[in-house]
Design a protein around this ligand. Sequence first.
Ligand code: WQD
Length: 351
Amino acid sequence: MKKILVTGGCGYIGSHTIADLVENGYEVISVDNNSRSQPRILEGIEKITGKKVKNYKVDLCNFDDTFAIFQENDDIAGIIHFAAYKAVGESVEQPLLYFENNLVSLINLLKCVQEFNIPYFVFSSSCTVYGNPDEIPVTESTPPKPAESPYGYTKQMGEQIINEFSKANPTQCVLLRYFNPVGAHPSGMIGELPVGKPANLVPAITQTAIGKLPQMKVFGNDYPTRDGTCIRDFIHVCDIAHAHTLAMDFLILEKSEKRCEVFNLGTGTGVTVLEAITAFEKVSGKKLDYIFAPRRPGDVIAIYANNDYARGTLGWGIKYSLEDMMATAWRWEQRLKADEKFFQSKPAGLN
Ligand code: WQD
């Protein structure tokens, strides 16, 4: 069984990817300092897969502690790197926190990849690298525009660091550009655990619907779109997770002809904020209490993916619909309410 090291394994996309990797025959170890995640999410993975996953509670910004993991595990076949801060608004308020955390951790990890000759490296990137695109849908060769936030710059810089690293080392790399990951595992055992007040749309919807948050704000209804609200490419977190397993298969089966491959992970369908709310109301039977508010600085008007390359090269497909995304997100929110002490989120202000 090939062993994969997953950083940020207790996080939202990391935990769903671990479940998918294990169900597809990989052995997995996680590295997560739990500064913004809960180690208990690994119990959910065990309930889904029947397998215990070990987590090294290590900060990747500490080189010696990171290096020690590789000394203890000399059979790592590949790495999937999720661990990073990802709150767009926080990155604007605290840019140095984001540049230090997201880039020092990446560089430390790549130093270990080099030292221990790890053959394959998959990086969690984001559609935010496209900035405000001139044309949509975006393809992998759509030229990146200036990022809209320091968070976005850490993803653009991360891609450049990995690209140059792959030219100078034998390690083959894959960059996966997520669009808007939403929803939760259909089992109801794992899902998103926003820290503090959620910045993202779908947890804001579900927390408003369950009464955890007061009335929700829709940021801007005067955009040049079909209903005046922003357009995004919402994609189920399990479809995103499975793409990581396929990317690791793609590398291990030596199908990659490039030093560094890039794939868009989106459904290829643009959905407005209001259409997302309508889909939620349909599956939950709840009327969402929201008002229109001014536009949010840094929001791009519209973006969605051309996903032909990922579908054609990785054999990847979209399994979950927008309604599935909303239904699984809502089921998870209801589970959190029923089990509040099990999953209590950290105090607000840490998002
Ligand atoms: C989507 C739309 C908001 C909340 C960012 C990052 C991306 C990824 C996902 C990490 C926007 C509107 C939101 C609310 C609202 N990050 N909205 N009311 O900004 O597209 O993407 O998060 O993985 O890299 O860039 O996602 O969900 O924050 O916003 O009206 O209470 O929903 O204005 O138009 P975004 P989002």
